[in-house]
Design a protein around this ligand. Sequence first.
Ligand SMILES: NC(=O)CCC(=O)C(=O)O
Length: 258
Amino acid sequence: MRVALIQLNIQYGNPDENYRQVTTAITQAAQQAVDVIVLPEMWNTGYALTRLNVLADDNGARTIKVLSQLAQQFHVNIVGGSVAVAREDDFYNEMLVFDRAGQLLSRYDKVHRFGLMAEDRYITAGRTENRFTLDAVPAMGVICYDIRFPEWLRKQAAQGPQVIFVSAEWPTVRLPQWKILLQARAIENQAFVVAVNRVGSDPDNAFGGQSLVIDPLGTILAHGSDHAEITTATLDFDQVAAVRGSMPVFADRQPELY
Ligand SMILES: NC(=O)CCC(=O)C(=O)O
């Protein structure tokens, strides 16, 4: 599986510009013979949380239209990062996943809301898992702060996923922790981690990219810079089978004790 990680300089509170940027970036990534394109977190609005009443995508309709059409046009799977969505008088931080035919495979509302960026004051928490299949590969997706809750990822990874997609707006000041946490999630779940962070800044934070592709042993296969760019890498899932075969962590769990 060849993946493309799109680091965007998300324009704060400017959905029209961000949809334009995303369309251009996906078009560019699709020229690189990739199987899956991955976007960062809340790319339609940035963390302009006080203005979601006018900025959020109504039930995700605009995002579904744009990403479904691009997936179908370029015959590529799209893990659509996340977008601010308005739904039934609430706002959600929602990940949308599409297959090569443009079919919507999954909708995931971020479960763990990040208080340091006031997300818990404006966004309603999700309550459901996010597992899906891309090109016959079991996969899962989470959003940013979710990665600090290993039990949430483990609960889903124990059911089969061989790759964990992460979409983020992770500030530069905590990038050392970003790298360590993602390597730990890959090692403990014996899975690939494909994690996309944004670049640029908003009124409250600077975001230094450093998107990562990590193998099931915690080795970093690809590493983004601090600029808007597309990073690619190839995942060999035979490695997942080999690692899980030699050390059957999931079989050795004692869930009745914890
Ligand atoms: N957008 C986010 O969830 C940020 C999470 C973060 O920065 C962290 O340190 O955790």
